[in-house]
Write a protein that binds this ligand. Structure first.
Ligand SMILES: C[S@@+](CC[C@H](N)C(=O)[O-])C[C@H]1O[C@@H](n2cnc3c(N)ncnc32)[C@H](O)[C@@H]1O
Length: 210
């Protein structure tokens, strides 16, 4: 089990919420915060800043690693890329961060070093690696990053996508991205993830429709 998942399971009430043995394929939601002597402790943001937005499981990491080689856009602090590399996957991971901590808007200098090597690059990089599986984990919903990455990848002949996030209308990927998924891509596999309360993210593996 990875450290992020272990930290989640150690949260107060998490055991009750997640059910027996944590082997269930349908994870329940995690409590995002508690009140401690009047102070609000936001577990979710503490752990996101340390690890990632999405909570990886062995099953999810294995499912994505099986699609190696991978090109990840928006890798953030690189926790998923780190686990994927540990699982033996060949991952090229890009983000506008880490070189631009200050203006990334997502991370703070105090969040620490990335978990693994992240290269600086944007969505256009996806178009350079059509022979790899495109991996997008929590692409922003308020920018065209995911749609641009998918378009560049598609135009270059890319055929496989692993996407961790919410469905259309949710908090990941913009409208154009979800429209392209609906129109041109076929979901082949869905993997449940542990979820923070109020969040509905999951892993879906897509193949480009012929
Ligand atoms: C919600 S975070 C998700 C990060 C990581 N995948 C995770 O799950 O923790 C979105 C990430 O996308 C990156 N990002 C935003 N716009 C980008 C762009 N145009 N090109 C590359 N990365 C971008 C941000 O720097 C941030 O790390």
């Amino acid at each position: 089990m990875n450290d992020y998942l272990a930290a989640c399971l150690a949260l107060p009430r998490a055991h009750g919420l997640l059910g027996r043995g944590f082997a269930s394929s349908s994870w329940d939601t995690l409590p995002p915060m508690r009140w401690s002597k009047g102070d609000r402790v936001d577990y979710r943001w503490d752990l996101i800043r340390r690890y990632a937005f999405a909570i990886p499981t062995d099953e999810a990491v294995a499912a994505v690693a099986a699609l190696s080689p991978l090109v990840e856009i928006g890798a953030g602090r690189g926790y998923w890329a780190h686990l994927l590399r540990e699982a033996g996957a060949d991952v090229l991971a890009f983000d506008t961060y880490p070189p631009r901590y200050a203006d990334s808007g997502w991370w703070r200098p105090g969040d620490g070093e990335p978990w693994t090597r992240i290269l600086r690059g944007g969505p256009e990089r996806a178009g350079r690696y059509p022979d790899r599986t495109l991996f997008l984990c929590w692409p922003p919903y308020a920018s065209g990053m995911a749609a641009r990455a998918l378009r560049a990848y598609d135009r270059a002949g890319g055929r496989r996508l692993a996407y961790v996030g919410e469905d259309a209308g949710g908090c990941t990927g913009d409208r154009a991205f979800h429209a392209a998924l609906e129109r041109d891509w076929r979901a082949e596999r869905d993997v449940d993830l542990p979820r923070w309360s109020g969040v509905h993210d999951h892993l879906t593996i897509y193949r480009r429709q012929p």
